[in-house]
Design a protein around this ligand. Structure first.
Ligand code: ADP
Ligand code: MG
Length: 288
């Protein structure tokens, strides 16, 4: 049977906007060794702004942005949302014949018989597009039309103000290691990790590779200690499910994430993870 004190702990957590799906997870939060974060939407706002549009052919910047908006029109990825916001025009979905979102890569659509690709260099390579690798501190979305490279859009995300405190406070509650996993490029990943004081960062990961890295980190933790993964669920539901404790950010997060998670942070504040650990420790003192 579940000791009564756990109900108090779960109630206390919920008053702090933290939904814990059972006393066993509250108990597990006492022994956290490693906290692994997704980047986009979890430690960063996931609200990107278009900072540059570069065309390589005869197309204008506005035309390139319009093609990108069509390509992204069915996606709910933060990148897609920012492109649609920058475009600020109408997308006639009747003109879209095929739509395909390739997880960790980007999107592929057919509009009025033209094939549009919008995504990262992995997508360009996969589709056999000739293009040049670009150096930028933002996230780059390459665009190709009918297999011809057409240009790229640079978008920049910002860290959440709360994220710095979130990482620092984890150390205060006894977490040994903080890690970030991201599908974004190394340059962006390393910049964010440095700003936040994370111990480790692994970038350019596909969703499957995130699961592999998580397993590696899980195997490296001390016996009986727990590993937490924190994500927004866009592309990372399998990682959430694989962690000892999967924590979803409920604010931006998808329904799939809330379903797959053991703990849901109802606000968008990653600092609530340290709060949850504190509540777990206090609950344990009351129960035992
Ligand atoms: P993160 O690990 O930062 O949350 P994701 O796994 O969601 O990132 O995506 C990894 C990368 O895949 C992105 O940085 C982007 O380059 C590309 N990508 C994913 N979805 C899209 C999309 N809808 N449009 C353009 N690029 C995308
Ligand atoms: Mg993500």
């Amino acid at each position: 049977s579940i000791p009564l004190g756990f109900f108090g702990g779960i109630g206390g957590a919920s008053r702090n906007g933290i939904l814990v799906k059972g006393g066993n997870y509250l108990e597990a939060l006492n022994s956290v060794d490693t906290v692994v974060f997704d980047k986009t939407g979890t430690l960063t706002k996931g609200v990107f702004n278009v900072t540059e549009i570069i065309t390589t052919g005869s197309m204008t910047k506005d035309e390139l942005l319009e093609f990108a908006a069509y390509a992204e029109s069915y996606s709910n990825h933060p990148i897609a949302i920012s492109i649609l916001k920058a475009y600020n025009g109408e997308v006639n979905k009747n003109n879209i014949e095929n739509y395909d979102e390739i997880s960790g890569h980007g999107t592929k659509v057919t509009v009025n018989g033209k094939e549009i690709l919008a995504g990262n260099s992995k997508l360009m390579i996969k589709e056999g597009i000739e293009f040049e690798q670009i150096e930028a501190t933002g996230t780059i979305v390459h665009i190709a039309i009918d297999k011809q490279y057409a240009g790229y859009i640079v978008i920049a995300d910002e860290i959440k103000e709360d994220s710095i405190e979130a990482i620092r406070s984890l150390k205060d509650v006894g977490v040994r290691k903080t890690v970030m996993l991201t599908g974004d490029i190394k340059k962006v990943g390393e910049k964010v990790a440095k700003q936040l004081g994370l111990d480790e960062v692994y970038a350019e990961l596909l969703p499957d590779q995130k699961v592999e890295k998580l397993e590696m980190l899980d195997n490296n933790k001390p016996p009986k200690k727990k590993l937490v993964f924190v994500g927004d669920g866009i592309n990372d539901a399998p990682v959430l499910a694989r962690a000892d404790i999967g924590i979803a950010m409920g604010g931006l997060g998808s329904d799939a994430a809330i379903e797959a998670a053991d703990v849901v942070i109802m606000t968008d504040e990653p600092s609530k993870i340290a709060t949850a650990i504190k509540i777990a420790k206090r609950t344990r003192r009351i129960v035992w």
